[in-house]
Design a protein around this ligand. Structure first.
Ligand code: COA
Length: 377
């Protein structure tokens, strides 16, 4: 008997979810029913997090309660800081993020309490503290001291404050907020599915998030935003170049890459085949950053690659494509881009963990054996 194999689980509907809906036909993405573009235009990341966890937008009292909670849970636990300090400066920052979540779990008094209330508390704490992990790691790699969080700043402002040690301009804060909202959730992607698989074994929330971070690290998933910047670097970034010249060089580079059958990160998607719903909103944020920093040549590289890929293969950019250069312009090192994705996706992962727990079935597919026939010693 030959079993039907769904390689990469492509096309397999594994379960229901009420967290988000990806519709490739209409290129739309809804978080709890709301189009992500509307959320990105109007809401803070904190409000979007509450929507993902609770299923509804918060009342003003609920929002205030969460803002107070979030602001009081931002500081890096000294045990986490010590664990980070044990990690070499040349390890990947995703290893730091993964280790930090694991250490937080090992020290958490509610680690083994999987009641909905305890799970939500742990999710909110992770949301609040993860920026400190990213910011501290970015700073230590530059030989800089930790910057303490500030309670008078919102999530995005404080994230940038802790990273760069100065208040970010409004334009930058807004582009950062938009990126967090767009990265927050995307149904059964590889890392979310990983979190659900781990949860399905009844393991704890921090184990599920740690595993999800491992899945996110790969360049076919979250690591693509870094890889986009490596592509730009490989082509060569020269702020003095004109936009047109940069575009022409990028086009030539892409033609060569495709002739060599290279996969170019930041393009293509398993679900969207005619455009990623999040790209136009993220592209607007990138445009704002390009204008703010006066770096038209980066847009030249961006446009050149996109048009050459479109002409040659009709493959369109995904969210990582505009997100990579946006984070670059803000001043983050390239390797920090995927940890920024973690900070955002903690919301979606933990919403899915709660959903999985509420209606659990162990996730355990079958395999079709194709090894040697039975044999004996
Ligand atoms: N660059 C060049 N070719 C690409 C491509 C890319 N980024 N993405 C897809 N293709 C091509 C493949 O080479 C393949 O061509 P072929 O049929 O001639 O062999 C075809 O398109 C189908 O690609 P495949 O990888 O099988 O589709 P998938 O549904 O499994 O892939 C991704 C989805 C995301 C894994 C894939 O598009 C990819 O690797 N993209 C780059 C990584 C990335 O940006 N990831 C972030 C996703 S949000």
């Amino acid at each position: 008997m030959t079993e039907q194999i769904y390689k990469g689980l492509a096309g397999v509907v594994a379960d229901h979810t009420a967290v988000s809906k990806v519709n490739p036909e209409s290129n739309s993405l809804l978080y709890r029913g709301y189009p992500v573009q509307e959320l990105a235009a109007a809401l803070s990341f904190e409000e979007v997090a509450l929507l993902l966890w609770n299923g509804e937008l918060p009342s003003s009292a609920e929002k205030q309660e969460f803002l107070d909670f979030e602001r009081s849970h931002r500081a890096l636990d000294p045990r986490v800081r010590s664990a980070i300090d044990l990690l070499p400066l040349d390890c990947h920052p995703m290893d730091v993020g993964r280790t930090a979540v694991s250490v937080l779990g090992a020290n958490h008094p509610l680690s083994e309490d999987s009641s909905p209330e305890a799970e939500l508390t742990k999710a909110k704490e992770l949301f609040a503290v993860f920026p400190a992990v990213v910011a501290y790691d970015q700073r230590r790699r530059r030989g800089l001291e930790l910057v303490e969080p500030r309670q008078d700043l919102d999530y995005s402002q404080n994230f940038l404050w802790m990273t760069f040690g100065e208040e970010a301009p409004e334009e930058v804060v807004d582009a950062f907020r938009v990126s967090m909202v767009l990265y927050a959730e995307h149904s059964f992607n590889a890392s979310t599915f990983t979190a659900r698989v781990v949860t399905s074994t009844l393991a704890d929330l921090h184990s599920a998030v740690t595993a999800a971070i491992g899945a996110l690290k790969g360049p076919l998933h979250g690591g693509a935003n870094e890889a986009v910047m490596h592509t730009f670097e490989e082509i060569g970034i020269d702020p003095a170049e004109t936009r047109e010249d940069a575009a022409a060089r990028a086009k030539a580079w892409m033609e060569q890459a495709l002739a060599e059958k290279r996969k170019v990160m930041g393009f293509g998607h398993r679900v969207y085949k005619s455009g990623d719903s999040r790209v136009p909103t993220m592209k607007q944020a990138l445009d704002a950053m390009v204008e703010y920093y006066g770096r038209g040549e980066l847009m030249g590289l961006y446009d050149g690659l996109e048009s050459a890929m479109g002409e040659a293969k009709n493959i369109l950019p995904n969210l990582d494509y505009p997100a990579g250069p946006t984070y670059h312009l803000m001043g983050f090192d390239t390797e920090m881009f995927t940890p920024l994705f973690i900070a955002a996706r903690i919301t979606g992962w933990t919403a899915h963990i709660a959903e999985q727990r509420a209606n659990n079935a162990l996730i355990r597919p079958l395999s079709a054996y194709n090894g040697p026939d039975e044999r004996h010693l």
